[in-house]
Design a protein around this ligand. Structure first.
Ligand SMILES: *[C@@H]1O[C@H](CO)[C@@H](O)[C@H](O)[C@H]1NC(C)=O
Length: 567
């Protein structure tokens, strides 16, 4: 055992050395590009229903798989946190709208809660009118403020009953249930929503929900569950797109796309064909897995080859990767009016072949190893390193692989580095500046990028990380019942980028930085007195009634004594 460790360690060291030798950092990032985005470029912020809304069982909402997951066995979520209340956004629509106006965004990306609209998940069984009314009011308020809604139909919170009855995305029947749900949304909200995202980060649903079990529904169906789930998600996406195309497009004139999250994968050694192929596999198993069917009608060849070969070696008669029939291929091909791209960080990739006898898994199917450069600045989340140049490369990859589609960046951002109440998030400003600048370069390269959604509006429930990772432009004091929001310095900085539509000149951009840091120190002081304020609230809530009750009691006793003396 010790020998194995020693060898592994030595090998890792060698890799790091190789990294150091081969990589001196891509030169193109060294120069900051001053310039502005195309006119009409859409700036926004994003959020998702389960992470922010709260009100998990109120006004007729049914439970989702995430409610069941967080309420279930301990130890699945850091601190055993739930999103029962989260940011309480269900009750703070006006307050959050005020923040959006403050940022002067042109759009807001958010998701609808399927079980809030359909408590059992099935339209034919029950529609929750209060849910319909809630989102209708949100949309009215956005439209009134001239903020374009970009609406995701499904961001992970599947109705729990669909999981219990059918096994969730394992079951082909989900395709129809999702389509019914999508049609309800097109019908109820399509007059105001012109940008629909069917799924946000479906790879995470498949991999974390059905392979590693780190996310709801927490299944570990290694090497099979995730491919099946993804297969049904792709079909569900395609069916909903066709429904829109056939029944709603002529009336509503909107767009329907899908949002795919992926790190950039850079070969460790760019002169080694094996590493180059491994990095290509990494991207195809990530982005291509969903984008290829939608754009070309089938899975990437390398996925079919690898998974097929390993399935055979494992003694299986058919590949663990499901196949599309000819009819299905033409049905799923061409079903994205735009490509949503979510991106946060980068990995170095090197070849590593895993023997088939290790058993089926997504990890083994890819035959590669992911590495990070220890010099990359690390941010709040354990997996998140700031590597702006990777963003440009991923956008370029999407541009060239799928025929230069219209792209909306649907998620990009960084979480808080320190677990303290820090509003002066300078490192986050650096991330924002670097990544947005690389996006600008990608546009200069020819990518057809229409909009950018920074992740996210608020600190919120961060899935298995509970409330420990803070992605918001606005800090949320979760310990306070009122969940007050405070702007971080990065909010101030983003406002400037939006107002200038990019980075006009060095002098101006330098000024933003200083200004942002000035405002945040004032806000920090506000936040510092917050515990005191919430304590005072506690006093008024608990002590005051007690004092009153005591007063009434004393008065009653005195009165009784007085009456007795008189009597
Ligand atoms: C799908 O759901 C139906 C109805 O509950 C069930 O009979 C079938 O076994 C399910 N299929 C899978 C793969 O779970």
């Amino acid at each position: 055992m010790r020998v194995v460790w020693a060898v592994t360690l030595l090998w890792m060291l060698l890799l790091v050395c190789r990294l150091g030798a081969v990589r001196t950092g891509p030169p193109e990032e060294a120069t900051f590009y001053y310039g502005t985005f195309p006119p009409g470029f859409s700036w926004g912020v994003g959020s998702s229903a389960y992470q922010t809304e709260g009100a998990w069982d109120l006004d007729g909402k049914g439970p989702s798989i995430w409610d069941a997951f967080t309420h279930g066995r301990k130890g699945r979520v850091l601190g055993d946190d739930t999103a029962d209340v989260a940011c309480d956004s269900y009750y703070k629509v006006q307050e959050d709208l005020e923040l959006l106006r403050e940022l002067r965004v042109s759009h807001y990306g958010f998701s609808l809660s399927w079980p809030r609209l359909l408590p059992t998940g099935i339209r034919a069984e029950q529609v929750n009118q209060k849910g319909v009314q809630f989102y209708s009011e949100v949309l009215d308020a956005l439209v009134k403020s001239n903020i374009t809604p970009i609406v995701t139909l499904h961001h992970w919170d599947l109705p729990q009953l669909l999981q219990v009855r059918y096994g969730g995305w394992q079951n082909a029947s989900m395709v129809t249930y999702f389509d019914d749900y999508a049609n309800l949304c097109f019908e109820a909200f399509g007059d105001r929503v012109k940008h629909w995202v069917t799924f946000s980060d479906p790879r995470a649903i498949a991999e974390n929900g059905y392979e590693t079990g780190r996310h709801a529904p927490g299944l570990k169906l290694r090497g099979t569950g995730l491919y099946k789930a993804a297969h049904h998600i792709i079909k569900a996406h395609a069916k909903a797109w066709h429904s829109y195309n056939r029944k709603w497009r002529h009336k509503q004139q909107g767009l329907v796309g899908i949002s795919l999250n992926c790190h950039w994968g850079e070969p460790v050694d760019t002169s080694n064909p094996k590493d180059i192929e491994a990095a290509e596999r990494y991207l195809q198993f990530c982005l291509g897995w969903f984008a290829d069917p939608v754009y070309t009608g089938d899975y990437p060849q390398v996925m079919k080859d690898n998974i097929g070969r390993k399935s055979e070696e494992q003694g299986l008669e058919v590949s663990r990767l499901p196949a599309f029939s000819l009819q299905e291929k033409s049905h799923v091909k061409g079903t994205a009016d735009f490509l949503g791209v979510g991106h946060f960080t980068t990995r170095y990739i090197t070849e590593r072949s895993y023997p088939a006898r290790q058993g089926p898994s997504y990890q083994n199917d890819r035959d590669l190893l992911e590495l990070i450069d220890p010099n990359w600045p690390d941010l709040g989340s354990s997996w998140l390193y700031s590597v702006p140049w990777g963003f440009r490369r991923l956008l370029h990859f999407a541009q060239t692989q799928y025929g230069n589609p219209p792209i909306y960046v649907t998620e990009n951002g960084a979480s808080q580095k320190f677990h303290c109440t820090q509003l002066c998030d300078e490192w986050r400003i650096q991330y924002l500046k670097g990544y947005i600048n690389e996006m600008l370069k990608a546009i200069k390269d020819g990518a057809n990028i229409k909009g950018y959604t920074s992740w996210s509006l608020l600190d919120k429930f961060e899935w298995e990380k509970g409330y420990s990772d803070r992605y918001g432009f606005y800090y949320v004091e979760f310990n306070d019942r009122n969940k007050p929001r405070y702007p971080k310095a990065s909010a101030e900085y983003y406002k400037k980028i939006i107002a200038a539509n990019g980075f006009p000149s060095p002098r101006e951009v330098e000024g933003w930085h200083l200004k942002a840091l000035e405002t945040c120190s004032i806000n920090n002081q506000m936040l510092a007195v917050e515990p005191l304020l919430s304590h005072m609230q506690l006093v008024t809530e608990v002590t005051v009634p007690t004092v009153c009750a005591l007063g009434v009691l004393i008065a009653a006793v005195l009165l009784a004594l007085l009456l007795r003396r008189q009597g």
